[in-house]
Design a binder for this molecule. Structure first.
Ligand code: AMP
Length: 211
């Protein structure tokens, strides 16, 4: 099965998509992760993407489409995948249609207050990428990853100015995709307002619906 995950920044779609991908034994392809990798390696593409990324703006479609296309060619995508973070606008949705067929679009939804809280408290491990939240999913030792002992950091685009911009970009450019996929009969709404501890209940519900 070929899935796409939609949802506002901070809604938790990365976390949920990650669990689902493991359950279905399929790769999770996050364009945000692919871009962060290019930016940290200071590649040509990363250098072009960085200024947009840091402000919370969308990186130009040609760059994101290029990295996604290359990633989907890899052997592990043969039996399906979960794409997380692409498409982000209607043009990307059309570009995606030329690259691959999509079987289902999961639309993760939560209240605005939940989203802002999740974004501003999010911390990541510099070393292994594990995701924490200072209140909801704190590490055992503040600032240190439970898994690998790596240092935790806050993404530049999780800081207040960029958060505001990302939410604005989402409502103007990405939210119209919900209707786009609803009309195509591909959309499945998933309410993820419930606390993190209840995530497996949500996952079971999704799996039941997907069959
Ligand atoms: P994410 O990790 O999905 O929250 O993405 C972080 C940032 O990467 C976004 O705010 C954008 O700047 C950029 N980005 C990720 N995916 C895309 C995409 N499909 N199109 C444009 N920009 C993207």
């Amino acid at each position: 099965m070929r899935f796409v995950s939609l949802g506002a920044p901070g809604v938790g779609k990365g976390t949920y998509t990650d669990i689902l991908a493991r359950e279905y034994n399929l790769p999770r392809i996050s364009t945000g992760d692919l871009l962060r990798e290019q930016i940290s390696k200071k590649t040509k593409l990363g250098e072009r993407a960085k200024s947009y990324y840091d402000k919370g703006d969308l990186v130009p479609d040609d760059l994101t489409t290029q990295i996604l296309k290359q990633r989907l060619k890899k052997e592990d995508c043969k039996n399906g995948f979960f794409i997380d973070g692409y498409p982000r606008n209607l043009n990307q949705a059309r570009l995606l249609e030329n690259i691959t067929k999509i079987d289902k679009v999961l639309n993760f939804v939560a209240s605005d207050a939940t989203i802002i809280d999740r974004l501003s408290g999010r911390r990541l491990c510099k070393n292994c990428g594990e995701v924490y939240h200072i209140k909801n999913v704190p590490p055992k030792k503040p600032g240190v990853c439970d898994k690998c002992g790596g240092e935790l950091y806050q993404r530049d685009d999780d800081k207040p100015g960029a958060i505001k911009q990302r939410l604005l970009v989402y409502s103007e450019q990405t939210a119209p995709l919900v209707n786009h996929y609803k009309k195509k009969g591909l959309l499945l709404d998933v309410d993820v307002t419930s606390p993190y501890e209840e995530r497996f209940k949500v996952i079971e519900k999704i799996k039941k619906t997907l069959g």
